[in-house]
Ligand binder design. Structure first.
Ligand SMILES: [Zn+2]
Length: 148
């Protein structure tokens, strides 16, 4: 018989040690975390809780994990890094989000191509290879239904 006065210390309700905190995602999801083994920890480190807040605000963390689960573990890192990037882009630019980043990069590419054309000594009659940006469709952030 087991001694009832003696508490079981192994395996039951392990509290995270202060030296080994849970990652921000596991803390949010209220689950155990081993930062060395947790696949969410590289994307949501405990030292950067604002990342998780961005993802939660734009997409909802549970939806993101549902999506990642459906896609399969081999895509987890790609999905999470792209979702974190997109959520942070929406945080920086609430109007254009990641489309603004793409537009700025396309503009930069167009300028570089024009500069290259000039440097290559192309005929002035030919129009320089400036990228004309089509009017981008405005992506809409997912509805914020996780609040409340
Ligand atoms: Zn974790």
């Amino acid at each position: 018989m087991a001694d009832p006065s003696r508490s079981t210390s192994s395996g039951a309700a392990k509290k995270p040690s202060p030296r080994n905190p849970r990652c921000a995602a596991c803390k949010f999801l209220r689950r155990a975390c081993s930062p060395e083994e947790c696949r969410l920890a590289p994307h949501f480190p405990a030292s950067q809780p604002e990342r998780l807040q961005s993802v939660e605000r734009v997409f909802g963390m549970r939806k993101v994990l549902e999506l990642a689960h459906k896609a399969g573990p081999e895509y987890l890192d790609d999905i999470l890094s792209s979702i974190v990037y997109e959520a942070e882009a929406w945080g920086r630019d609430p109007v254009w989000g990641p489309t603004g980043v793409v537009g700025a990069l396309e503009l930069e590419i167009g300028t570089a191509r024009a500069d290259l054309a000039v440097l290559q000594g192309q005929d002035q009659d030919q129009p320089p290879a400036v990228a004309t940006l089509p009017e981008p469709e405005l992506p809409r952030p997912p509805a914020d239904d996780g609040a409340g």
